[in-house]
Design a protein around this ligand. Structure first.
Ligand code: ADP
Ligand code: 3PG
Ligand code: MG
Length: 393
């Protein structure tokens, strides 16, 4: 991978792809600015090396090739200016936000249909008037879009500091690691997670499963999950993966022993802590799984506390409803405690998951790395080729 440190950048105009696709609250405010903060080292590196101009580009959300003011980068430009301690004014709406004399941020790339279509004309228009392209959008590296892949055909292209750090930390999970090596997976879409289990099953010792994906695994094992969220089209594949792990010596796939069920998934309603054995009969047909249960939490915490290498992606329950966040919070707590022991390597990926450990005051350090990627992190660990990274080779 070609690195920014190898590029001739003094007095050059630099186009920088960042991933400012931050979570937004319903009122449009920024929920977490981690992805903006993580872009700062590359911006600072470019300034320290006396570039002439920095043009930042990013997407936000999925506006489907049309202008959508609720997905404008205006609030992000504001936050970036604050983080860089610049006091700037800009018009709203605009196509280019001036952050300082040297830095500007273009409006949401996905307002243009050429971005996701990887249209060479759009890529060329982004490259126009620029000297060098720096990609620092690790979170978008799994997309072959005009600003991640197409543009590299028009400019000398290099990886920024964030992409380099992400690749280094995630690659370590695919090499020789310290054991026990534990992979914790939860969240909602099992189709994104099964490839990770398959790729890591020759390396990791323990797979701890929670969240809606554990409902899919349990349903595949003939449990009755009532109204729980289940990926029905992936039941067969879930069963195949479960069986292959059971058949492999020294590999353990753990499903919850007990789960918390509720009539409503929006608020606690007739909460039941159910032993999964009870679900071999259709006894909770009006209920949904909303969290892992206390016995599961205890078992998972004990496995985590003995681990030397850990990867975690995906919440253990519907943690947006704080009454259903217990499993997620307890796993986050166990990882925080583990990270205080200095001979461990912990990587946490995914927007919702990283947000949970940040609430506990955990930040990246030598023992723990909070990845900025969601889908990109999963695809990297699934062993897939990420087009945004390949284009920098
Ligand atoms: P991340 O954002 O960390 O990558 P995901 O997007 O994969 O994580 O999963 C988080 C989502 O999974 C949350 O919105 C959460 O509500 C949902 N989820 C977790 N457990 C359940 C469950 N039992 N039923 C329904 N949704 C769930
Ligand atoms: C992400 O949030 O995973 C990245 O910003 C990519 O966004 P996308 O899934 O909309 O392509
Ligand atoms: Mg998510």
């Amino acid at each position: 991978m070609k690195k920014i440190q190898d590029a001739q950048i003094a007095d050059k105009k630099i186009l920088v792809r960042v991933d400012f696709n931050v979570p937004l609250l319903k009122n449009g405010e920024i929920e977490g600015d981690k992805r903006i903060r993580e872009a700062l080292p590359t911006i600072q590196y470019l300034l320290d090396n006396h570039v002439a101009k920095i043009t930042l580009v990013s997407h936000l959300g999925k506006p489907d090739g049309k202008r959508d003011e609720s997905l404008s980068l205006y609030p992000i430009a504001n936050r970036l200016a604050k983080l860089l301690k610049n006091d700037v004014k800009f018009d709203n709406p605009a196509d280019e936000y001036k952050i300082s004399d040297k830095i500007s941020l273009l409006e949401n790339l996905r307002f243009n249909p050429g971005e996701e279509a990887n249209d060479p004309k759009f890529a060329e228009s982004l490259a126009h008037g620029q000297d060098v392209f720096v990609n620092d959008a690790f979170g978008t590296a799994h997309r072959a879009h005009a600003s991640t892949e197409g543009v590299t055909k028009f400019l000398p292209s290099f990886a920024g500091l964030l992409i380099q750090k992400e690749v280094e930390k995630l690659s370590a999970l695919l090499k020789d690691t310290e054991h026990p090596y534990t992979v914790i997976l939860g969240g909602a879409k099992i189709a994104d997670k099964l490839p990770v289990i398959k790729n890591l099953c020759s390396r990791a010792d323990n797979f701890l499963i929670g969240g809606a994906i554990s409902s899919t695994f349990l349903a595949a094992r003939r449990h009755h999950l009532g109204k729980s969220l289940i990926d029905t089209e992936d039941l067969r594949e879930a069963n195949v993966v479960w069986q292959s792990l059971i058949d492999t010596p020294n590999r353990n796939l753990y499903l919850p022993k007990d789960i918390v069920m509720s009539i409503s998934i929006e608020k606690p309603d007739d909460i039941q802590e159910v032993d999964v054995e009870e679900l071999l009969q259709p006894a909770f047909e009006d209920y949904s799984a909303v969290d892992i249960g206390p016995n599961t939490i205890e078992q998972y915490q004990s496995i985590i506390s003995d681990s030397k290498t850990v990867f975690w992606n995906g919440n253990m329950g519907i943690s947006e409803v704080r009454s259903f966040a217990n499993g997620t919070v307890e796993i986050a707590q166990a990882l925080k405690e583990l990270s205080q022991n200095n001979e461990v390597q912990i990587v946490i990926g995914g927007g919702d998951t990283v947000a949970e450990v940040e609430i506990l005051g955990v930040e990246s350090n030598d023992n723990i790395f909070l990845s900025t990627g969601g889908g990109a992190t999963l695809e990297f660990l699934a062993g897939k080729v990420l087009p945004g990274l390949k284009a920098l080779e």
